[in-house]
Design a protein around this ligand. Structure first.
Ligand code: CTP
Ligand code: MG
Length: 558
């Protein structure tokens, strides 16, 4: 439903704000203390968590409340950014990022509770009620610039079809698809803020815990509106004083005991259902291999899964993210395959005997290993440093290189320079002829292996090698993947640019031709398409910068 949302991004130049806060504050959290860690996902998680700690999600009447809210917030300290979004044109929210956590504490002590039957707990989601407008702190204040998300707001299917139709090549189409579907900065901020909101509640019960997003919200393979995977883990960064002679009496709990985890999650589910605002439709899936709580987070209209002490999933996210970082073609190709699989109903939103996005992603990564674009996990283990040593629950070794800057040069200058179009075609060709009966897929070794199980499809879990991540996939579903891959090859071979209202990847994705009637003449869209493609031709990995923000006058929101 977030597709019905219209996101606006307000970003204010920090320089203009510097002298505005009435209180002068000093930063309590130091970012990136350790420079050598900056290119790891761990460092990015620390940065995003820090950003979430300094942010408040504030429900407002409309985007017009922006000036009023901004002026009001300035009494608590410097504001770095404000992002507006709404759900179904009804609920309006502004995510306010303060410069310092001290400001958040000030807000917490000044905000009040609503009257009525409530469970009064303070958290970082608030309501900005109507009142006398707050005047700005200084009369000579410059008019604030309003930034809106420019290049890739949430596109409708018709808009996406326009962009794809006008692309110069299938490679261009894949880039466009990726750019229009990947998570935006605001979505990532909101995902970390949701984790922070839960953490605020749970930390009133337990010390030294943290809630982290993982999976496609974090590994760069996520699509807009994808589910949010969350995990509750011990926070090792907050070290106890080991020398203290006074030790708290606590209940002991065995994290690796599944029954204990199930009971623990059951208690959390009750707490969430009754005490945490914004959480709806709580479902307890406690019998699964990894017990989870499913719920809807109403402030962002996102479906969430919460698990506990599942560090392997975090390390898997780091691994997938690392592969995505290694070559600029990886993420666009994975997104294209994920979208193709969804359009062919090879993946569905409900669990069953079909493949899901995670193993599908492993199929793409394995294919890119065969193309010598990505190394095996064995190689990444070989290059691991002492900083990379990790051990998950049950003693699973999750050590592998995490800092991309430490890769030897020969991995940075690959000889394979195939275009995305070639890779897409070859992906279908590779798997339409793969001997699934005899062989399984092994990311760890980077080569096909003799199938160690009787499952129709065997993809070894890269970190827990005794597990097959596709145990659930039936032969029927595997044959559908093969057959749809054959179809895809045929479509790519026969497609002609501008031959009809649908060409190239559009035919694979079953894009509705009706949507693009009258679009051939659309100059604006052609211009946008050209911009995205030209940028991608520079072979730049970070395509997104181009589409960050543009400045418009604040009055345009009115
Ligand atoms: N995971 C895992 N082993 C599995 C399944 C999942 O380690 N057998 C981890 C992976 O890190 C995966 C994450 O859990 O990315 C979340 O799983 P899931 O939500 O199924 O996949 P996503 O990659 O998040 O894809 P989607 O966008 O469909 O949610
Ligand atoms: Mg997921």
């Amino acid at each position: 439903l977030l597709s019905h949302c219209y996101c606006k991004k307000f970003i204010m130049g920090t320089s203009r704000l510097k002298s505005r806060g009435r209180i002068s504050v000093t930063s309590t959290v130091t970012q990136h203390k350790n420079n050598k860690q900056e290119s790891t996902l761990e460092a990015e998680i620390t940065r995003r968590r820090n950003q979430a700690c300094r942010s408040l999600l504030i429900q407002v009447y409309s985007s017009r409340s922006y000036n009023d809210l901004h002026n009001y917030c300035l009494q608590f300290g410097n504001v770095l950014s404000m992002h507006h979004y709404h759900i179904n044109n009804q609920q309006n929210y502004i995510l306010v990022e303060f410069k310092d956590t001290v400001s958040i504490n000030q807000v917490m002590s000044s905000a009040s509770f609503a009257n009525g039957y409530i469970t009064p707990v303070k958290s970082s989601v608030l309501w900005f009620r109507k009142g006398q407008s707050t005047t700005s702190q200084k009369n000579n204040q410059q008019k604030l610039p309003l930034f809106v998300e420019n290049g890739c707001p949430l596109h409708t299917e018709a808009e996406k079809a326009k962009l794809l139709y006008n692309a110069k090549s299938i490679s261009g189409q894949i880039i466009i698809l990726y750019e229009t579907m990947k998570l935006t900065d605001l979505e990532i901020r909101l995902r970390f803020h949701t984790a922070h909101h839960l953490e605020q509640y749970f930390s009133r019960l337990f010390q030294n815990i943290k809630v982290l997003p993982f999976g496609s919200s974090l590994n760069g393979f996520g699509r807009r509106r994808c589910d949010l995977d969350l995990v509750l883990v011990p926070d090792d960064t907050r070290k106890h004083d080991f020398m203290s002679r006074l030790v708290f009496h606590t209940k002991s709990m065995n994290n690796s005991d599944r029954n204990e985890t199930k009971e623990f999650l059951g208690i959390l589910a009750n707490t969430m259902q009754h005490f945490i605002p914004g959480i709806l439709n709580v479902r307890r899936i406690l019998e699964a291999r990894v017990p989870i709580i499913k719920f809807r987070y109403n402030y962002t209209f996102t479906e969430c899964d919460l698990s506990a002490t599942n560090m392997t999933a975090i390390y898997m996210t780091e691994l997938l993210n690392f592969y995505g970082e290694m070559d600029w073609r990886v993420r666009p190709l994975v997104i294209a395959i994920r979208v193709w699989a969804k359009s062919q109903e090879l993946t569905l939103d409900v669990p069953g005997q079909w493949i899901t996005n995670f193993p599908l992603t492993l199929l793409v990564l394995f294919f890119l290993q065969q193309k010598k674009i990505l190394p095996s996990l064995k190689t990444l283990k070989l290059y691991a440093t002492s900083d990379d040593v990790r051990c998950a629950e049950n003693g699973i070794d999750c050590t592998f290189l995490r800092d991309i800057s430490k890769l030897p040069p020969d991995y940075k200058y690959k000889t394979n320079q195939d275009s995305l179009e070639t890779l897409l075609y070859d992906f279908f060709e590779y798997y339409s002829t793969f001997d699934f009966q005899m062989y399984g897929i092994c990311i760890r070794e980077g080569v096909q292996i003799r199938k160690p199980s009787r499952s129709a499809l065997h993809i070894t879990n890269p970190l827990e090698t005794t597990l097959n991540v596709c145990k659930n996939v039936s032969l029927y579903e595997l044959n559908r993947i093969i057959s749809k891959s054959h179809d895809a090859i045929y479509m790519l071979e026969t497609t002609e640019r501008f031959e009809s209202n649908s060409w190239g990847i559009m035919t694979l994705l079953k894009m509705n031709n009706d949507n693009i009637v009258n679009l051939k003449k659309s100059n604006t869209t052609k211009e946008q398409t050209k911009n995205i493609e030209e940028y991608s031709e520079d072979n730049s990995y970070e395509i997104s910068d181009k589409f960050e923000v543009s400045e418009v006058n604040i009055d345009e929101t009115k």
